[in-house]
Design a protein around this ligand. Structure first.
Ligand code: SAM
Length: 240
């Protein structure tokens, strides 16, 4: 699809908060929109807004559809998804966020997307046909060795699978796939963690457990975009 010419008012209003990454931010300040430069053609995946700039289409990350988009709106400062990165993405669903991640790593990067639901996988395949760097895998993240032959060592691990064993799976996947110094992005669904007593703190123990292997930043609550979710980022210290 041929992008129309950029509008000057948009050109002036945009900022690039992550140097070196193709992610832009537009006003208003109280509810900014974040945009990634579309690599796929045609560029829209889930009906997201599109804008033209610098001869490309840019795609708005809908914070109600994408936890990454929500975390950005809530002040995420660390985004370990640089150009050329190899990302292992667990819980790709229909490719909403995975396609934005693929935009970020660019043509020389790669995103290996694990999804266990055949129905979602069908739609993910449609996205993979348009994004040259998105590799879908129909697999269960509870069997992390099952895709070892297809996934090379990763620079970044992105997880959004809403499973009770989210923390264990993050640690196991890091051990198997993530290079020391690699990045973690984790959408943690509190209700999916083991059932606690009413009012019991589940986030604290989860963070403590993850801290064994990762240097973590402060968890970001994703309200009002996603109830009961926190977003965590971290740097992998390497195998214990
Ligand atoms: N990350 C997606 C996005 O932002 O576009 C949304 C992910 S959705 C909340 C969770 C997905 O994880 C579902 O599609 C579900 O089928 C998948 N999932 C859950 N458990 C899984 C597992 N054990 N292995 C692989 N995928 C899993």
């Amino acid at each position: 699809m041929r992008p129309p010419r950029a509008r000057d008012d948009l050109r002036d209003a945009w900022t690039f908060p992550f140097p070196g990454l193709s992610i832009a931010r537009s006003p208003p300040e109280e509810r900014p929109t974040f945009w990634t430069r579309a690599l796929g053609d045609p560029p829209d995946v889930y009906g997201e807004r599109l804008r033209a700039r610098d001869d490309s289409f840019w795609r708005a990350i809908d914070p109600f559809r994408s936890k990454l988009g929500a975390a950005l709106c809530k002040g995420l400062r660390v985004l370990p998804i640089p150009p050329r990165a190899r990302v292992l993405y667990l819980g790709g669903a229909t490719g909403t966020t995975a396609s934005h991640v693929a935009d970020l790593v660019g043509r020389k990067g790669a995103v290996y997307v694990v999804e266990k639901s055949p129905r979602s996988f069908q739609r993910l395949l449609g996205v993979a046909r348009r994004w040259p760097n998105l590799y879908p895998l129909l697999a269960d993240a509870r069997e992390p060795r099952s895709y070892l032959p297809w996934v090379p060592p990763a620079d970044t691990l992105y997880m959004d699978i809403a499973q009770p064993e989210q923390i264990d799976l993050a640690l196991t996947h890091a051990k198997l796939y993530l290079r020391p110094g690699g990045g973690l992005l984790l959408a943690l669904k509190m209700p999916s963690l083991r059932r606690g007593r009413p009012g019991e703190d589940l986030l604290g123990p989860a963070v403590k457990e993850l801290s064994r292997a990762f240097e973590l930043t402060r968890p970001i609550p994703l309200e009002p975009f996603h109830r009961g979710h926190h977003f965590l980022t971290g740097v992998y210290r390497g195998r214990e």
